[in-house]
Design a binder for this molecule. Sequence first.
Ligand code: NDP
Ligand code: A1CAB
Length: 267
Amino acid sequence: MCKKIGFIGCGNMGSAMVGGMIKSGNIDKNNVIIFDRSTEKTSSLKERYGINVGKSSVDIASASDIIILSVKPNIYKDVIEEIKGIIDENKIIVTIAAGQKITDVEKMFKKPVKIIRTMPNTPALVGEGMSALCKNQLATEQDLEEIKEIFECFGEAEVIKEDLIDAFIAVSGSSPAYVFMFIEALADGAVLEGMPRDKAYKMACQAVLGSAKMVMESNEHPAKLRDNVCSPGGTTIEAVAELESKGFKSAVISAMRKCAHKSRYMK
Ligand SMILES: NC(=O)C1=CN([C@@H]2O[C@H](COP(=O)(O)OP(=O)(O)OC[C@H]3O[C@@H](n4cnc5c(N)ncnc54)[C@H](OP(=O)(O)O)[C@@H]3O)[C@@H](O)[C@H]2O)C=CC1
Ligand SMILES: O=C(O)[C@@H]1CCC=N1
């Protein structure tokens, strides 16, 4: 892969993707160029990964074959207005924004442009991202495969239909936030029972990591794996009963409905 990859916006998600790509060893640092209106962010990424820094969004659009729009959804219009003159049918626009449908982005360009809509997540930074991708009509299957390969540098990637992207945000793009809350709650519970805080985080994280791995590798239903932990009259069923009475699962499901609804209707 020797195409030039440009990032416009290097905040939480852009920097996680840049970090994941470079750390993977599959993308040459000389093929990555970034721009953010905050020079502090670009300087720190340049220092860490040795990548190139552009002077403007226009710089990135000119120098890159693949342009990743990693600014907030409400900034898309301004950035596209700046770069659209430079974008031709040989370049691929990659979007990562919640709520920005392919047709919305096509309208902003007001001309035929190859667009791959994606939804990554921040665990990309540690090579454990989960991304979804879909394409517009002008982008080819080969373009989609090429972008998927780039996203696979920092985790798993799946091609999905665009109408599933709101569900995907709820289960993947946004879900690290709720998983971090769960880890924090597990650690707090352990601290309450006398465990030192640093050990509590390590134990909580390993329990989450190990449990996720078990679901992925065992092919068992999560409820069966839960039942295997619940000894009759034992400790776990006490915790499970309390979680059920507090509406643990329904709280998660209803949070995800809010998340998907926001993604579907946000402007
Ligand atoms: N955070 C996440 O977990 C995920 C985010 N996304 C999507 O990623 C996108 C970025 O989100 P996130 O990284 O969290 O946001 P951030 O605010 O952390 O990053 C956006 C960056 O873009 C900069 N910026 C703003 N305007 C411009 C501009 N005109 N030109 C260049 N840079 C600009 C911002 O600077 P300043 O801070 O000065 O405004 C900021 O550094 C969003 O569209 C979001 O929906 C998708 C999946 C997961
Ligand atoms: O909160 C947001 O809008 C973005 C999209 C997915 C994760 N963060």
